[in-house]
Each structure stands twice: as C-alpha cells, then as structure tokens.
Design a protein around this ligand. Structure first.
Ligand SMILES: *Cc1c(COP(=O)(O)O)cnc(C)c1O
Length: 360
C-alpha cells in the first residue's frame, strides 16, 4: 500500500485511521452481517449512526439547540438554489462576491429574486476580500450571503461582514470543521462535505429554526424545502447513508484529536510552513493579499505558465498529487485540509526549495 500526499481541492484526502476503520467494517458492520451500504435507512442500526453523527457534530461545533442540522443530497450546489427558494421572503438578497463559488451562488439566486452584489473583488481577480465593515445593505434584504473560504481563489474573511441586523448565510464548504466558528453569528451555515470531511454528494446545513418556513411558493420542489428535511430527520427519502456514516467517523476522529481548536492550531502551523516558504521564495509567489489568505487552499504561481506546468509535472513525479491550479488562477494550488499531515506540507516545501535551487 502506498499513499501519496494528495493536495486535491476536493474530493480530498481523508484521515487514514478513518479509512482503515471503514475498511474493517465494510463487509460486516458490527455483527449486522452487512455493510452500511446495504442496510435500510429505517433500521435501528442506521438510526443510531445518523443520530450519533449529528450529536458529535453538534458537540464539535457547539451548535445551539435552536439550530437544526440537516443532511441534504445535491452537494453544495443544490444549496445555491435551496437558500434563495427558502429564505427569500421579500424576494431580495445581498451577495458579496469574492470568487468563483460566491459568483455561482449569486447567479443561481437570480432565478428566484432580486440579487444585489453589494461588494466584489472581481477587479483584482478575487485576490482579496473587500471591506465589509459598512456595506450598502438593502432594507428589504432577506439575508446577506458569503462564501467564507473561496476554494479556487484561496481567500478567506479576516472578519465577518457587518450585516446591519440581517441574517448571515455562509458557504463554508472548504473550511468546514477547520477551526471553531461561533454558530450564533449565522442564520445558516452549509458545506459540501467532500472538501474537508467525507465523500462527495452530501451537504450539511446548519440552520436557525425560525428561518425554516412552511409558507413557501408552490414551485419549490418538496425535496428542496428545508422544512421537509427538518420534519423528517433528514430522512424524507433515502439519504446518502454512506456519506453520513463516513462523516460520523470523521467527527469522532476530530474529537479524539482535541476538537476544532486543536485543528485550528495544526492548520495554522501547516499553512505557515507553506506561506513562509512562498514569502521567501524568488521563484514562487502567493496570489492572495496576506490578510485574506486561506489556511485551506493555497494558490501560488511562478508568473510563467510554462514554468508552472513544469513544476506541476515535477511534483507529481515526486509523489505530490493534484497540485495543478484552477485554470482561472493558473499556477499551482495546494489544498491542505484537516487530513493533510504536517509532514506532507513540510515534504512539499522541501521539494519546492530544492526545485528552486536546481532551477535558479
Ligand atoms: C466545491 C465547492 C462547492 C460545490 O460543491 P458540490 O458539492 O460539488 O456541489 C461550493 N462551494 C464551495 C466553497 C466549494 O468549495
């Protein structure tokens, strides 16, 4: 067995102890004589799996009782539509556009109501987060929307926006469980889990109870109503049983490491190794303004597309996988989520240093 250091932005690395535990249970889950893939979601055994997953997540994130946790299929992308369909009461929402993912979310929301882009960093290819301390919030806005960590452009918020009393909605897909967050500051937090938690095809939605409406327009599909999922314990239809099970394992694993404060410490250390190198390098440079650098996704370039391609090829040959940057930024991108060991980042930096010395 040989595992590579996988710097993919998603689906991404999973913790090895979790994979090994799943492997042990895959043929016979704890004496049931079947795997979790094969069991009824209405069984007692599965009910315990989903209940424990939710309880462990609540514990990890310190989620207050007046928030529901929903396990929804369709990834983060379906939430781009579900959020406006469910939260637009006045038919207006304010979006802050800081990269590819918030841009996509804003254009999807336009199908359901009026979208104001109240701040954007498009002028500098999304390499920073605009000033969000005093924004032109619409009086009628039903919510203010952010993507808190832009996976492709590698930015994150230094401070949350001043929403002037409006509900804050955040896409946390690529930073989910990477650090403690104060859930009470948000009306809704969601994330696709394949970046920092588990297998693709599942979104976790954490929503304040009073935002779950029943008076929705008829066109909203039953599956896309938050109340459908809330009333049915995320089992209106067959849920993504497997992904929920694996996420549950990851929650327990993170708890065993000391929870989200411990992850934050480790993630800061990991990111510093890479950013310190980039800041001292003559060949490479980070593409994001320092204050807004993501701890999870680190884009960097040489400034020359051919050189970038040569570095990507060299890293791949040396056992570092998926470092090619997204085409909209170019260069390289190292995604260093929770499951990337510090040794992986150190080994990559050692390699890049040597590469720089040999190619000066
Ligand atoms: C990957 C990603 C998405 C899309 O997730 P899917 O599960 O593929 O729909 C949305 N937002 C962010 C921030 C992402 O990183």
């Amino acid at each position: 067995m040989a595992r590579v250091f996988n710097f993919s932005a998603g689906p991404a690395m999973m913790p090895l102890p979790v994979l090994e535990e799943i492997a042990k249970e895959v043929v016979d889950y704890r004496g049931c004589g079947m795997s979790v893939m094969e069991m009824s979601h209405r069984s007692k055994v599965y009910q315990q799996i989903i209940d424990e997953a939710e309880a462990d997540l609540r514990d990890l994130m310190n989620i207050p009782d007046n928030y529901k946790v929903l396990f929804v299929q369709g990834g983060a992308t379906l939430e781009f539509a579900m959020i406006p369909m469910n939260l637009m009461k006045n038919g207006v929402a304010d979006y802050i556009v800081t990269g590819a993912w918030s841009k996509k979310a804003a254009s999807e929301a336009k199908k359901y109501g009026k979208v104001n882009v109240i701040a954007s960093s498009e002028d500098k290819n999304y390499s920073y987060i605009p000033d969000v301390s005093d924004l032109p919030i619409d009086d009628d806005a039903d919510y203010v929307y952010i993507c808190e960590n832009e996976t492709i452009h590698g930015t994150t918020y230094a401070e949350l926006p001043n929403t002037k009393g409006k509900i804050l909605v955040a896409d946390q897909s690529s930073m989910f469980l990477s650090k403690p967050v104060d859930v009470t500051k948000y009306g809704l937090i969601y994330g696709g889990v394949q970046k920092n938690v588990g297998p693709a095809g599942l979104a976790i939605v954490i929503i304040r109870e009073d935002l779950i409406r029943e008076d929705l327009p008829d066109f909203v599909p039953t599956y896309c109503r938050f109340d459908t999922h809330a009333k049915n314990g995320s089992m209106y239809n067959t849920p993504n049983c497997w992904a929920i099970y694996v996420c549950g394992k990851v929650f327990k694993y993170l708890k065993s490491l000391g929870g989200l404060s411990a992850m934050d410490e480790i993630n800061k250390k990991k990111a510093a190794i890479l950013y310190d190198f980039l800041d001292s390098s003559k060949l490479f440079k980070g593409t994001v303004e320092k204050k807004y650098r993501s701890l999870m996704n680190v884009p960097f370039v040489t400034g020359d597309a051919d050189k970038d391609a040569a570095v990507v090829a060299a890293t791949k040959a040396a056992g570092f996988d998926n470092l090619k940057g997204h085409r909209s930024v170019g260069g390289l991108r190292a995604s260093i989520y929770n499951a990337m060991p510090i040794e992986g980042v150190q080994a990559l930096v050692d390699f890049l240093k040597k590469y720089e010395a040999e190619n000066a």
